[in-house]
Design a protein around this ligand. Structure first.
Ligand code: PBG
Length: 332
């Protein structure tokens, strides 16, 4: 870009920073409650809430409390929630059959939410890890994560979620070909308007640690997802992944984790001009919360600053555990 600005003192950058009114006029990005998708952990029971120690302020909720949270989301102007299940140990199997059971915890919760709060958009996670005895996102055969068999299971899982009323299907498994297969499965089952938000550039990250505690998927093998999730060193590969997922029928794409990958967000937005989301993941939430709890950071300020960064980087929205707190600040 050519520098067409006058030199100092004709240009004084501070002129436009001098008052709140001038700063508001030239502000380039804005954060709003409508930017947020609120991830929620669901567990069996009634009126039951279990704190997650590594995620202060976040709890696993029984389905009735997820419904309550969905109502709260609507009242705060948050357009969507995303549901992750805490699956009982006895339901975790090698074939992961509970993943597509119409009456599994997720599908029952989707129906309860859509019945009570039809205006909220409900997003789901498509991956086998909460249902898998191995904690992996795909089937494990002879110690290897097999792709095509996993994709077939993911299609069944996604269609069951659409049948339960899910608005947005979120494949987070990183198998090859799953977006095209899920899109075909949804079309074939008559779900022409079910949205797919693909976890397109999902990196093999240490920032998912607290999430794996939250959903009870911290199995012995689950630490290493390097054969399907992306190498944190790669950027061009993220562009190829996103391009492929859009070509296969994704309506929106996601980059995950968020804060260490803002460069990827910007490249993706500039390359494809598609609806682009970032997931500020459990470890990012834990890291900020720990410093906030210690009084080392100003909670409200860092929360909003961290979220605004996603908008500046080109994201249309953010999945964040801060959603209700941030929405309260922004709308209050
Ligand atoms: C599972 C999944 C993960 C997250 C969302 N879906 C964990 C993983 O890949 O191990 C992480 C979310 C978070 O850390 O907040 N497919």
């Amino acid at each position: 870009m050519q520098n067409h600005h006058a030199p100092y003192p004709a240009l004084r950058a501070r002129r436009l920073r001098a008052t709140p009114a001038l700063r508001a006029l030239v502000r380039e990005s804005r954060l709003d409650a409508s930017d947020f998708i609120w991830p929620l952990f669901v567990q069996e029971g009634k009126d039951r809430s279990t704190d997650i120690p590594s995620m202060p302020g976040v709890a696993r909720l029984s389905p009735d409390l997820v419904v309550k949270a969905a109502r709260e989301a609507v009242s705060l102007g948050i357009p969507a929630i995303c549901i992750f299940p805490y699956v009982k140990q006895e339901l975790k199997t090698e074939d992961c059959a509970d993943a597509w059971s119409p009456d599994n915890l997720v599908n029952r919760t989707i129906r309860a939410v859509k019945q009570a709060v039809p205006e909220i958009a409900v997003m789901t996670d498509v991956a086998l890890d909460p249902y898998n005895i191995n904690g992996h996102d795909g089937y494990v055969v002879d110690g290897r994560i097999v792709n095509d068999e996993t994709v077939a299971a993911l299609v069944r899982m996604a269609v069951a979620q659409a049948e339960s009323g899910a608005d947005i299907i979120g494949p987070s498994d990183m198998m090859d070909g799953r977006i095209g297969a899920i899109r075909a499965g949804l079309e074939g089952a008559g779900f022409h308007d079910t949205v797919i938000m693909s976890y397109a550039a999902k990196f093999s990250s240490a920032f998912y640690g607290p999430f794996r505690d939250a959903v009870g998927a911290a199995g012995a093998l689950a630490g290493d997802k390097n054969t399907y999730q992306m190498d944190p060193a790669n950027s061009d590969e993220a562009i190829r992944q996103v391009g492929r997922d859009l070509a296969e029928g994704a309506d929106m794409v996601m980059i995950k984790p968020g804060m260490p990958y803002l460069d990827i967000c910007r490249r993706v937005k500039d390359s494809f001009a598609a609806p682009t989301f970032a997931y500020q993941v459990s470890g990012e939430y834990a890291m900020l919360s720990a410093a906030i709890q210690n009084g080392w950071l100003d909670g409200n300020k860092v929360m909003l600053e961290s979220l605004l960064g996603f908008k500046r980087a080109g994201c249309d929205g953010i999945l964040t555990y801060f959603a209700p707190a941030a929405a309260r600040l922004l709308r209050g």
